[in-house]
Write a protein that binds this ligand. Structure first.
Ligand code: ADP
Ligand code: ADP
Length: 228
């Protein structure tokens, strides 16, 4: 589903983000990306989101080589790969309902589809009663649930989360992680960059650890797998 073939990223100022790396993530996996600050986690995610271009190598997602996509084709990639961030990035002047609806408007869903899908996804993330609230009226956990609802409402097969619990207290962090696990159980491939060592250890999911731009650990235990 996601293949990185000998991918490296050196930023224009010469800083190395990721050294040549090959990696594959299969449909339906739940993967943690771990490592210290500055190790290259975000670079790896941004490469998969086409927010940065690799210096060398190829990246393909769902059989499509994203490194070949033109800038203007990136919105189509967002249908395959949804994303949530540490700082939520909700639209402050839109309600919970409107934030989620807006993501569907962007991909030209009809009003009918929007009216059907938004309440369903708000129910799924436990926010049915908060539909009319504005982001500033919500707790951090509720804001992150809204961001997750917005990310999944278009049924993207892949969800990338960059430090999704970085701004949340421990119990809220567990709620958000459980929600991501639920979403994974529904068939979505979920990739989570995190510092939360305790969660990673307890959940026993695949862990890819990055250090100084190199994958130093990958606990993949599945069946068939390309040599990485
Ligand atoms: P992490 O997400 O693990 O904290 P990053 O991928 O953000 O790590 O960073 C990896 C390395 O790349 C760091 O040395 C960081 O300073 C550098 N870096 C990240 N973004 C840029 C950028 N836009 N320009 C230059 N260097 C960058
Ligand atoms: P439209 O006329 O554009 O189809 P809607 O009836 O979908 O409008 O929505 C009108 C307003 O009501 C929107 O701003 C939206 O925020 C709000 N709204 C619609 N449905 C719900 C709902 N199930 N829960 C909360 N707010 C809703």
């Amino acid at each position: 589903m996601i293949y990185l073939n000998n991918v490296s990223k050196t930023y224009p100022n010469g800083t190395v983000g990721i050294k040549p790396t090959s990696l594959s993530i299969e449909k339906g996996e739940f993967v943690f990306i771990t490592g210290n600050s500055g190790s290259g986690k975000s670079t790896l995610l941004k490469l998969m989101l086409k927010e940065v271009e690799p210096t060398h190598g190829k990246i393909s997602i769902n059989g499509r080589e994203i490194t070949k996509l033109k800038r203007r084709q990136v919105p189509y990639l967002r249908r395959d790969v949804a994303v949530v961030f540490q700082d939520f990035r909700l639209l402050p002047n839109k309600t919970v309902y409107e934030n989620v609806a807006f993501a569907m408007q962007v991909v030209q869903a009809s009003s009918k589809e929007i009216r059907r899908a938004v309440p369903v996804v708000l129910g799924l993330v436990g926010l049915a009663k908060k539909a009319r609230c504005y982001p500033h009226e919500l707790s951090g956990g509720e804001q992150q649930r809204t961001a997750i609802a917005r990310a999944i409402v278009n049924n993207s097969p892949i969800l990338i989360a960059d430090e999704p619990t970085g701004n949340l207290d421990p119990s809220t962090s567990w709620e958000i992680m459980n929600l991501l696990l639920d979403i994974n159980m529904r068939g979505v491939t979920v990739i989570v960059a995190t510092h939360e060592r305790e969660m990673v250890n307890l959940l026993k999911k695949r862990e890819i650890e990055v250090s100084n731009g190199i994958i130093v650990k990958d606990t993949y235990e599945g069946g068939y797998h390309d040599e990485v």
